[in-house]
Design a protein around this ligand. Sequence first.
Ligand SMILES: [Zn+2]
Length: 224
Amino acid sequence: MYTPDQADGQNATLDSAISASGDATVGTIYRVPPRCGMAVRVAAGQSIRVVNTHGTQVCDFWAFSAENLYEFLSMAHCHTELESVMPAIGDTLVSNRRRPIVSITHDDSPGVHDTVIACCDWPRYQRLGCVDYHDNCADNLRMALAAINLKAPHVPDPFNLWMNIPIAASGTIAWLPPQASAGNSVVMRAEMDLIAVMSACPQDVTPVNGRDCIPSELHFRVET
Ligand SMILES: [Zn+2]
């Protein structure tokens, strides 16, 4: 029986926790390996900087309340709050309880991000024709939380940093490479104690991680 916390396969994410608790050393730069995910605790008032190291990589980003994993950053609720599908500097993003959870304080990329696409998962790759198990962001989320001894009670729709999904006036969408440059970063301030999870999306069938379809690494750090 399907349950949200159960990964369909596994990769190095399970052994890649930054610490047993998910606590970071403030100011230390951590690497999210290509195709993997990582979880980190961010206290209210601290910020997390996510770096698009090579400029071509999408980061599936989630935030959960550290007090209650059933409360999480919700894109659908953000659409209502922001009256936009494209969060920008100065915006405060909300949880599924409509409470502020992160605010965007910095973005030196062109600001093209996605809030409408579900994270990739094993069924998605099967529909794209993959036969053997394929790394995916849903399992990276599950494993990143498992690596700090937590269970994902749900796989929320992510904030897809740098994912370039233009929405035409007709309502159709397309999958295009990121518009970012190497070293671009997004900084989000935690509005509550939270657990952030980042997945260096392993999508290599569509060109969302660059025209060469080669997923790469990301970096991040917790800042005061
Ligand atoms: Zn993905």
